[in-house]
Design a protein around this ligand. Structure first.
Ligand code: FES
Length: 108
């Protein structure tokens, strides 16, 4: 059994020079919101969910991005209600949120 049931990583990378990066698209706010929702739902901790910061995940063109393991499900999102849906459906119920999936061809 895994130490965490789900592990979600948010890219918080900031770039200078106008290059695409998740930090320019609300990544920190989404990370903070996810962390507080996971905690409020009592999902955090061993056997539950861990919300982590990450550097560039090299899929910047689709930013902001987050990835959930162990499924390796990649998401992009716009606002807090998208994060709420990922927490409620995926992190709590184990169901993929199809409408927020990052297209497979999106890279840097
Ligand atoms: S800056 Fe977020 S994936 Fe590269």
């Amino acid at each position: 059994m895994s130490y965490y049931q789900h592990h979600i990583f948010f890219c918080l990378n900031q770039r200078s020079g106008g290059e695409a990066c998740c930090a320019d698209h609300g990544a920190q706010a989404a990370f903070d919101h996810c962390k507080s929702r996971v905690k409020a739902a009592g999902l955090n901790g061993p056997g539950g969910v861990r919300v982590n910061k990450a550097g560039c995940l090299d899929r910047c063109a689709g930013g902001p991005v987050a990835v959930v393991y162990p499924e390796a499900t990649w998401y992009t999102f716009v606002d807090n209600s998208d994060i709420d849906e990922i927490v409620e459906l995926h992190l709590k119920q184990g169901k993929v949120v199809e409408r927020l999936l990052l297209a497979p061809e999106i890279g840097r």
